[in-house]
Structures are given as C-alpha cells and as structure tokens.
Design a protein around this ligand. Structure first.
Ligand SMILES: [Zn+2]
Length: 423
C-alpha cells in the first residue's frame, strides 16, 4: 500500500498536476508550466517526456513568442492513445461509452436487459457489453485506463455496493465484486474501477469535459423517477461523511405534503420526481413502466390539461428546490438533467420563474440554470469522466479512499495498482 511521503506517489502527484493544468489551460509550454506549477524546468521536461511516452500528452508545432523570438512548444492532452470506459446501469437499459481523455466519444452502445428487476443479469449484460466494446475495432491500439459506473441509487463509493435503488427495487448489490468476478481472466481484469451515484457522475462530466472548468461550485440536479444532485465544490465532488451528500430529493419542500418513498412527507422526490408525476396523473396503483412514462411525456407535450397541470405544479416546486440549492451552495451554475428533460420548458420554465421571483425579491442575481452538455449519454460519459477525475487526483482525501483508509494518504487498491503500473 502506498503511504503519504512515498516518492512514487509524490511523483505521480506532480505528473497529474501537469495533466490537470493542461486540461484547464491547453497549449501551455514547458516553461509556462514550470512557472505555474512551481517545479523546475528540468523536472517538467522529464515528466512531460514520460507523459508523452505514455499517451497522456502531446505537443503541437513550435510557435515563436515574444520580442526575442523564443520558441515555445504548446502541450496538449493527447486524445489519440488512451481510453476511458463509462457505463450507466440505467433503469430499463444500460448505456456504455468509450471516450478519449478529452471526453470525445469513440464508441457507444445501449444494452437492453432481459429482466430489469434482476440486478445480477443486468450487471452481467453490462459487463459483457464492456468487454466486447474494449475488443472492438473502435478501440484498436488504445490503452484503457479505467472504468467508471453510474448507478441509480445510493452508492457506497468506497466498497462499490449499491445500497438501495428504489426505482429498480434493488438492494445491497455488490456491483464492484460482481464486475471483478466477470472481468477475471479477461483483458479488463485489474482495471481501476470507480462506482458512484448517477447524479454525481453526471456532475463530473460537466466538470471534466464541458470546457467550463471555472464553473464552480456546480450543481447537477438529476430529475428521473426520483430527484438527486451531484455537487462540485472547489473542483471536488462533495460526497459527505457517508456518501449521501446531494440526496436533495429528500429535502422537504412542503410540510405535511405527499408521502415520499423514504417515509417523510413533502420531499422534493414526492413533488417533482417522474414517479410522483405518474402517480398524480394515473393514480398510485398503476405500475410505473417505461411505457407509462412515455405516455406521460406524450400527454404533457401534447398539452393534455391534467398532465400539463401536474407538470406545471412540479415545475413550481422545482423552483423552490432551485432556490434552496442556490441559498445553500451559492453555485455558479445549476445544470438540470435526467429523463424529465423530455418535458422541456413545460417543467423548467415554471422553475425558472419561481427562482427569478426569489432573485427579484432579494435583489440578488440567481445562478445560471442550464441543461447538460452530454444529452442521453450524460451518465455514461460522466462515469468515464469520473475515471479521469480520480486518476488525475492521486492524493484526493475527498475521493473514494477517504473512509476505507482510516488514515489520509492510503489509496483504493485499484488506484494504487494503477500507480504502481505507471512507476
Ligand atoms: Zn423522501
């Protein structure tokens, strides 16, 4: 196990500081990097050479700068040699992607489940799909750096256990162990594996791959059957003491309001989530199938009075939640994502309107509210972004190491193994 102070870890911290710097400011020269990061020019040259050999960095043609005509070679993240794998273990299907280090999608696939209620078979389907994707022509000649998984429930990111996915009916599923067993004796064996909640990974996609690294704090509000958020503060995912940070679906918006699946009343989940909308429009006894959800989208978007009224009411409650998130986190930006985006402005416009009213009343400027950059692949691409995020932060006490380790500086075994492989 690597411990704090280990020379290899220090070297890896320095290497990844260069990669992070070039991810946020592409085109810097070695001299500019030395000045910004605070390492000597000879150390920078050595580390850059290694990172270029391994496929992290590339340089473009020389350019002449300054009055003296000094030549500086711009450095960039290399998108051509390394690969990140990401998967969204969704409610009715899995989506898998392979991206390069810049988040550009190299290959993607949707995988239908044979039985969505059977977690083991869904995980097996996803694992088989990932193995096939890795062996495909699209990834020929590339090195896979790691795999990220986004799950639709409460996740213990230190163990890879999905504790509860209320809308899939899954409990205590050891996704990490199942994947390790599936990948044993395959080219994916021993690959660094990171597992997180879907809203958290979608937030990481916006942080790592949107080209807006200065948008911080950032909140990704995911509205699906339920409501959750991924919260980025100071370039880190806020996970909280037990990994539950961002479970904003169970903040109470209306005391004594409708009963929530968690047992409380008046939670955001029970007022804004798509399950609550279906309950409102079709009655609580209906099975909430994907077909019923499609019917809800069709009816609401066609202007059906009952459905449109329910969506408008959910949108106004969304505005209350946006206000509360604004006040709690003072974010630069709130991204609204998830399947509820299919309701478009019918849901979001009332939310913005309530938020704007709050802003005028307080004479403050509300944060930007926008939709995600990555559409239907937001979670799968976010899962790939999570791999880059953690590999680029080898000494991240807020990362998956924090509770397993008990002491600062120990890394999750997968990450430690990958560091050994590099040094
Ligand atoms: Zn609740």
């Amino acid at each position: 196990m690597i411990v704090a102070g280990d020379q290899q870890l220090l070297k890896q911290i320095n290497r990844m500081a260069l990669v992070r710097q070039l991810a946020s400011v592409p085109g810097m020269s070695r001299a500019a990097l030395a000045e910004t990061v605070g390492l000597t020019k000879s150390t920078i040259s050595l580390l850059v050479r290694e990172l270029m050999d391994e496929g992290w960095l590339t340089e473009s043609a020389l350019r002449t700068t300054g009055a003296l005509g000094r030549r500086a070679t711009p450095l960039h993240i290399d998108g051509s040699r390394l690969t990140l794998l990401g998967a969204d273990l969704g409610i009715s299907a899995a989506r898998i992607v392979a991206t390069n280090l810049l988040g550009e999608v190299l290959a993607e696939q949707e995988l239908a489940y044979s039985d969505a209620s059977d977690a083991d078979s869904c995980i097996a389907r996803m694992a088989d799909g990932l193995a096939a994707l890795t062996a495909s022509e699209a990834l020929a000649g590339r090195t896979v750096l790691g795999l990220g998984i986004g799950l639709h429930g409460v996740v213990d990111d230190t163990t890879g256990v999905l504790q509860h996915a209320p809308h899939q009916g899954w409990r205590n599923i050891d996704v990490g162990a199942q994947l390790h067993a599936h990948f044993d004796q395959t080219p994916l064996a021993g690959l660094p594996l990171f597992i997180q909640n879907e809203a958290n990974v979608a937030a990481l996609a916006e942080l790592e791959f949107s080209g807006e690294s200065g948008t911080d704090p950032l909140i990704y509000l995911s509205i699906n059957y339920g409501v959750g958020a991924g919260i980025i503060v100071n370039g880190r995912l806020l996970t909280g003491l037990y990994g539950f940070a961002g479970e904003v679906g169970h903040t109470i918006l209306q005391q004594g309001g409708p009963l929530c699946s968690c047992g409380r009343r008046g939670c955001a989940d029970a007022l804004i989530g798509l399950q609550a909308l279906m309950d409102e429009v079709y009655g609580k006894r209906q099975l909430s199938t994907p077909q019923l959800l499609e019917q809800l989208f069709a009816q609401a978007n066609a202007g059906d009075a009952h459905a449109a009224r329910a969506v408008e009411a959910a949108g106004r409650n969304l505005g209350v939640l946006l206000n509360n998130l604004w006040v709690a986190f003072d974010p630069m930006c709130i991204v609204i994502g998830g399947a509820a985006l299919r309701l478009g402005e019918r849901l979001i416009a009332p939310g913005r309107s309530v938020l704007d009213d709050c802003a005028s009343a307080t004479q403050l400027t509300a944060p930007t509210v926008r939709t995600p950059h990555f559409g239907h692949n937001a979670i799968a691409i976010g899962a790939a972004a999570m791999v880059r995020h953690y590999l680029m932060r080898p000494f991240d006490s807020q990362g998956p190491a924090r509770r397993n380790s008990g002491k600062l500086g120990e890394l999750p075994p997968a990450l430690a193994a990958s560091l050994h492989a590099w040094n």
